[in-house]
Design a protein around this ligand. Structure first.
Ligand code: ZN
Length: 429
């Protein structure tokens, strides 16, 4: 199996953040990691491998070095993608059909969600003898479509459209009188419909990934391509003098401000507990944090061949030409001279090419994970990503060689330590 085929399998098994965390958990279980619960007391041992989840949609994994260690080597990517979330009362009859009652999650390119096979996945909560229990569900096969209006009825369809989520973007589910939605969800979850007390379901793009010529196309490349590549690197890497940490956060597409997002206490809580479970006090935590390094991994915008005018002429990045380091003067991206220099040295050792991205000076870019998580755990940090086209489309395109390049760089990264040795000097070993 090629690395991109493995990526497509990862994406297929991760239609929602809950499934992404389950997919990563399974990989970690198979690699001998011990699952911890935030609700238990943690007994960690030197040389141990662990992971912890929050809300079933964010995950942090780490390996404890054998001896005393100086800091953490972290990556962060996100588990969520723009989609349509199904509301509490899931179906709506009308016009001889049953449609799904949805609202937008994140900022998708609406037109790309039309006229393509969609499915439904998420989680259901069932009542049990002692309380409630969460079950994941994925209907799997295509079961919805958001149909366009025919050109004959909308002659302006090719002249620039605006989309009203409550009118234009409602998924068609079934013919009138065939409203089996709740029963179908219950059956797919393996539970009785009467036992379901609540649901959190999302409509997702059910197309599979393909490699073609020099590119790959798949749903949710932002940011599952980085989530996958950093996981491959994390599990393949050795442990050096620092503690390698893999982070996967939910809710990046809606600002990260949730109990499990990058703007939560999840990372801070986890690193504090790792430190104290190994006998470290608060000053020791601060010392370790100062000797740590975060790579915030979220995909980047390749130059668009039909619209090169959107790229900064002097900071244009290309698919298949390596890892993108992102800069923003106003610190929407955390990269600075020191963090970029350190990351470049590591990439050079890994023989991984890098390129540099900045927004056009007259265009505001997006925000990402690094600067948000830095308000809770303030780390030396670089923002990177893999170059792609059509970010937030239902079906995105990237370079076929770049996944492997990022894995190579991060495999070296996780085995390193970055230590402050003086005012302005750092050792990387
Ligand atoms: Zn992203």
């Amino acid at each position: 199996m090629t690395i991109n085929e493995k990526l497509f399998d990862f994406i297929k098994s991760s239609p929602t953040p809950f499934h992404a965390v389950a997919t990563v958990s399974k990989t970690l279980d198979n690699a001998g990691y011990t699952r911890l619960s935030e609700a238990d007391v943690w007994g960690l041992r030197a040389g141990g491998k662990y992971y912890v989840t929050r809300n079933g949609s964010s995950l942090i994994a780490f390996r404890v070095p054998e001896g005393d260690f100086d800091g953490f080597m972290l990556t962060a990517s996100h588990s969520d993608s723009p989609c349509f979330k199904i509301k509490e009362n899931p179906t709506m009859p009308g016009a001889g059909t049953v449609r799904l009652s949805t609202e937008r999650y994140g900022g998708m390119l609406c037109s790309t969600w039309m006229d393509r096979p969609l499915s439904v996945a998420g989680r259901v909560v069932v009542s049990t003898d002692t309380g409630v229990e969460v079950k994941l569900v994925d209907l799997g096969s295509p079961c919805a479509v958001i149909p366009n209006v025919a050109i004959h009825m909308n002659r302006k369809a090719n002249d620039g459209m605006s989309y009203d989520a409550s009118v234009d973007m409602i998924p068609l589910y079934a013919a009138d009188g065939n409203d089996d939605f709740k029963a179908r969800v219950a059956e797919a979850a393996g539970v009785s419909a009467d036992d379901i007390v609540s649901t959190e379901l999302m409509v997702y793009c059910a197309d599979g990934g393909v490699e073609w010529n020099d590119f790959i196309s798949a749903p949710r490349l932002d940011d599952l391509q980085c989530a996958f590549a950093s996981l491959e690197a994390f599990t393949a890497s050795g442990t050096g003098d620092s503690c390698p940490v893999y982070c996967l956060f939910d809710n990046e597409e809606v600002g990260s401000l949730s109990k499990q997002g990058a703007d939560s206490t999840f990372l801070y809580d986890t690193l504090c507990r790792v430190n104290s479970a190994l006998g470290g006090d608060e000053p020791e935590y601060c010392r370790k944090i100062s000797n740590s390094f975060l790579v915030s991994c979220d995909n980047a915008h390749s130059i668009h061949p039909n619209h090169p005018e959107f790229a900064d002429k002097n900071h244009t990045v290309y698919m298949n030409r390596g890892i993108v380091i992102k800069y923003n003067a106003n610190q929407k991206y955390t990269s600075n001279a020191v963090s970029t220099g350190i990351f470049k040295v590591i990439c050079r050792e890994a023989d991984a090419p890098v390129q540099f991205y900045a927004n056009r000076a007259d265009m505001a870019g997006g925000s990402t994970l690094g600067n948000i998580s830095n308000s809770h755990v303030s780390l030396t940090s670089v923002d990177i990503g893999l170059p792609q086209l059509a970010m937030h489309s239902a079906y995105e395109t990237a370079g076929k060689n770049d996944t492997e390049t990022l894995i190579r760089a991060l495999t070296v990264f996780f085995g390193k330590s970055v230590k402050i040795t003086g005012d302005g000097s750092y050792t990387i070993k």
